[in-house]
Design a protein around this ligand. Sequence first.
Ligand SMILES: Cc1cc2nc3c(=O)[nH]c(=O)nc-3n(C[C@H](O)[C@H](O)[C@H](O)COP(=O)(O)O)c2cc1C
Length: 205
Amino acid sequence: MKKMLIIDAAMRQESRTRTLLHAFLEGLQPDVFQIAHLKLDELRPQPLNEVTLYLRTRLVNEKHYDDPMFTLARQFSEADVIVFAAPYWDMSFPAVLKAYIENICVEGITFRTSETGLQGLCRCEQAFLLTTRGGFTETGSQDDQALPYLNAIGRLTGYGDVKVIAASCLDIAGMDHEGLLADACDQAREAGEELSCRMNPRTMV
Ligand SMILES: Cc1cc2nc3c(=O)[nH]c(=O)nc-3n(C[C@H](O)[C@H](O)[C@H](O)COP(=O)(O)O)c2cc1C
């Protein structure tokens, strides 16, 4: 089975981003993916501080990659599919996702340095960003700072560019919020189906 890691930065019980995530999961074929679902609001990864940065640097220098401090990074590097589910906050995403990323960007686990530059060590074949936005921001526009950042992390760690499925305008009065979300959910479901066909060893060509 392929390993799927869901990094869920939704914060609200009624989160529409999580509705999008559920539609994506509905599209998956059974028995293709072994899914780990990290709810960041429960996990509460901490940003690095002076103490943890020194500790981490020492552990990396001594190559103690099996230390519990690196559990998240090892899990990230071993995922075949990575799904970021994150609402659009302040032009990008909630800070807890940045804190998570600080925890997984570990030299020797998710990337390494070489004479020719940085090299990603993650085995992920496909990454997704599922997001919902209150305003008019469109994917790839100047105001969308989530995508360029996650793509940069993809270049660092090796998962490549993320495929984005988004619903915008969900807080704009007079817009068809349910219809916009339903359209995005259809796209998410189809993306899940397509991914399953591509990664199911029984249907791979
Ligand atoms: C703290 C916070 C910051 C937000 N920042 C933006 C923003 O910069 N631009 C925007 O269009 N919507 C913004 N929104 C609205 C959310 O993107 C929108 O309501 C989204 O659908 C929330 O996702 P959820 O339903 O999964 O919680 C913000 C909402 C919150 C709570």
